[in-house]
Design a protein around this ligand. Structure first.
Ligand code: NAD
Length: 492
């Protein structure tokens, strides 16, 4: 597989690469250069109808295909993703603006890991039985839901797309999937890989298009029985308002505004490595992928005793992050994903200024020399002086922008951590493991990291509380979501 200069993306329906029925396309823009480099189909409800028909034809055979045959084809897809790592990584970076080393080292390897993980998982998936002493035995059947919809965002394009598709397919469903219209290229390449791997026609259908015309038609289609969505809280609300009255199964992975709590005991003369790890990881958890990871810690809460030292060192390290062409190895920060998102982030920085925040470093758009002069780059930005109730600390920015707040007691740290309406992830830095466990118990979030960040075990439940969504992905949770439990009671 190779990448030509101009990418004509097509839908993947019934095992074929096809044009959208409307024959209309939008431009695909490289955010690092601001230039058009491809065309994206504008699919709508007619394409969804076509894909549902193809999925319906494929379903009877796929739902009873043996676990071993599913394992083989899903594993083959994983191998082909690995074989095409270079081209997939280049596609991801061209679409998204993230550094190429990140696409190569994280996004694409994780996409193949998702397929491999669920290919293996389905070989071991089992259901329960409940014995009523000598009266009866109940056994639970776990059957595929049927045709399911998977809709994903632009920040970790292939990584999050495959995180949904792999368990849905492994569980025996046929899938109608839509990647973000902002970053569709790696999903298009995946459709070629699925064809090459021998995935039966119609089992997976990939449609390209926007939320209002294509995503909403997937959500509203009466034959699509479950929706797995990752994206903004705003879109999640719209999806729930359509899918819930139709009693569809729903998994919603939404926005975050995650706290990163740093206790003073991280600074100890006899354990300099603790401080060093916390500082290094905090820079990553703040600005990794230009701050466009739903798990980034955007509200940094620091115990007052160490605040000045933390601030000085954090600002100094952040200033050293090299921002520039994502194709260059030394660039630690790439471009923001799109012009729209770039303008939104700059607006949020301006809003923080108006709310009385002090910009300690960053705050500006940047125009690197050379081919990236017209790209969408924003300096990593640190803001202090804002309380928990302002918009800057309440609303998701989803860019390279973090705020600093201080606390004096554990109770105060918890109150700040739980102050906003989101509850996706959180990070705690302390050498007092008892304190860490107690804080973890009281934080309103679906995920807590203690003295680490983004350390992921694919078997663990993944998801948020409050405005960060409902449902859990990962491990058995994902296979349970994509199956219906049916109890069968046999009187003895
Ligand atoms: P978005 O909600 O704008 O779009 C996500 C996807 O949904 C896209 O494919 C889009 O076309 C589609 N869509 C939009 N409106 C729709 C509708 N009404 N019906 C059906 N589909 C619709 O989000 P985004 O800007 O692409 O991604 C950024 C957001 O995703 C951030 O809020 C981020 O926190 C969130 N996110 C959450 C997680 C998580 O695991 N919780 C992971 C990554 C990103």
């Amino acid at each position: 597989m190779n990448l030509s200069n101009f990418q004509y993306i097509q839908n993947y329906i019934g095992g074929e690469m096809v044009e959208p029925l409307s024959k209309t396309y939008t431009d695909n823009i490289n955010p690092a250069t601001g230039e058009k480099f491809g065309q994206i189909p504008c699919s709508n409800h007619e394409d969804v109808e076509w894909a549902v028909k193809a999925a319906g034809q494929a379903l009877p055979a796929w739902r009873i295909a043996s676990a071993e045959s599913k394992f083989k084809v899903l594993n083959k897809i994983a191998d082909l993703i690995d074989e095409n790592l270079e081209v997939l990584a280049l596609a991801e970076t061209t679409d998204n603006g993230k550094p190429l080393w990140l696409s190569k080292g994280v996004d694409i390897p994780r996409a193949s890991a998702n397929f491999r993980f669920f290919a293996t998982a389905i070989m071991h998936f089992a259901s329960e039985s409940h014995q009523m002493e000598d009266k009866a035995i109940n056994y639970t059947l776990r059957q595929p839901v049927g045709i399911v919809g998977c809709i994903s965002p632009w920040n970790l394009p292939l990584y999050l797309f495959t995180w949904k598709i792999a368990p849905a397919l492994a569980a025996g469903n046929c899938v109608i999937a839509k990647p973000s219209e902002v970053t569709p290229l790696s999903a298009f390449l995946l459709s070629k890989i699925c064809k090459e791997a021998g995935l039966p026609e119609g089992v997976l259908n990939i449609l390209h298009g926007d939320g209002p015309a294509c995503g909403s038609a997937i959500v509203a289609h009466p034959k699509i029985k479950a929706i797995s969505f990752t994206g903004s809280t705003r879109a999640g609300q719209q999806i729930a308002s359509v899918a819930a009255p139709m009693f569809k199964k729903l998994s919603l992975e939404l926005g975050g505004k995650n706290p990163n709590i740093i206790f003073a005991d991280c600074l100890a003369d006899d354990k300099p490595e603790v401080w060093a790890k916390m500082m290094k990881t905090t820079v990553q958890s703040s600005f990794g992928n230009q701050g466009q990871i739903c798990l980034c810690g955007s509200r940094i809460l620091v115990e007052k005793k160490i605040y000045e030292k933390f601030k000085a060192e954090f600002v100094e390290r952040t200033k050293k992050l090299i921002l520039g062409d994502p194709l260059e190895e030394q660039s630690k920060q790439g471009a923001i994903v799109s012009k729209v998102h770039y303008e939104k982030i700059l607006h949020c920085i301006e809003q923080a200024r108006q709310e009385g925040g002090t910009i300690l470093t960053g705050g500006n758009a940047i125009h690197p020399d050379g081919r990236c002069a017209k790209g969408y780059f924003i300096e990593p930005t640190i803001i202090e002086g804002l309380g928990p109730d302002c918009k800057t600390n309440m609303e998701e920015i989803f860019g390279p922008v973090v705020t600093l707040q201080t606390f004096e007691t554990t109770e105060e740290a918890l109150a700040l951590a739980n102050a906003c309406d989101y509850g996706l992830a959180s990070t705690i830095w302390t050498t007092d493991i008892t304190k860490a466990n107690k804080v973890a118990m009281k934080i309103n979030a679906g995920i807590v990291w203690i003295n680490c960040w983004l350390l992921r075990d694919l078997r663990t439940p993944f998801g948020g509380v409050k405005n960060s969504g409902v449902g859990r992905e990962g491990g058995w949770d994902a296979l349970k979501f994509f199956t219906e439990a049916k109890n069968v009671c046999v009187e003895l």
